[in-house]
Design a protein around this ligand. Structure first.
Ligand code: ADP
Length: 205
């Protein structure tokens, strides 16, 4: 049995990948209500990070549910499995030195703890996009709030299902009254030091 993973010690390590890329891998986990701004911020952040030579990958509910998680529904069990698989995929990217921008409502502490546990808390940067419900509903980007109010969508977070606020996110960000750029600058302030390999090396000395 001890020889069950014979190739792992011959594969390039995470540190090898990070040296190649010149930055650390990490997960920025955006949590918040539908329409709070998770995807918009991830897209803008990806551009800013790419411009600095930082390799990113956006994961969101839509691209994941059409592919790896096609077949999962919205029962409690399926929502948990959705997040578990997403977190495992995040872990693979982090082990490749990539910065994952993960956009999932992930409305309960249990779900976010599950994700953080799989990724590893030291690589997990939780950004709570704390846009108030009234503003998300006013935006109603996908028309989902109107449908939820009409009773056409059951268990809709914020309307007929709870959102548990994160207790100690790396950043709490209310996007109302702020431009996307202003929000991205705030995220970069928290994130960039965590991606810096030099700082990491200095800390270990
Ligand atoms: P989510 O991914 O959380 O469901 P989206 O990013 O799809 O949310 O939608 C957010 C909407 O809010 C977009 O239409 C976006 O243009 C708008 N918006 C206005 N101001 C901001 C801001 N500062 N940050 C992010 N989104 C904003």
């Amino acid at each position: 049995m001890e020889n069950i993973h014979p190739i792992f010690d011959r594969m390039e390590s995470r540190a090898d990948k990070e040296r190649l890329l010149g930055h650390r891998g990490a997960v920025v986990w955006f949590t918040g209500l539908s329409g709070s701004g998770k995807s918009t911020l991830a897209i803008a952040l990806e551009r800013r990070l790419s411009a600095r030579g930082i390799l990113c990958r956006i994961l969101d509910g839509d691209n994941v549910r059409c592919g790896i998680n096609a077949g999962l529904g919205f029962s409690g069990e399926d929502r948990r499995e959705n997040i578990r698989r997403v977190a495992e995929v995040c872990r693979l990217f982090v082990d490749t030195g990539v910065v994952v921008l993960a956009c999932f409502v992930s409305p309960t502490r249990e779900l976010r703890q599950l994700a953080a546990g799989i990724v590893g808390p030291e690589d997990f940067c939780e950004v709570y996009v704390a846009t108030p419900l009234a503003e998300c509903e006013r935006r109603d980007v996908k028309g989902l709030y109107a449908r939820a109010r009409r009773g056409e969508i059951r268990d809709f977070t914020g309307i007929s299902a709870p959102f548990e606020e994160p207790e100690s996110p790396a950043l709490r960000l209310d996007t109302s009254g702020r431009t996307v750029d202003e929000c991205v600058v705030r995220i970069l302030r928290v994130l960039l030091p965590a991606l810096d390999m030099k700082q990491e090396a200095e800390q270990q000395q």
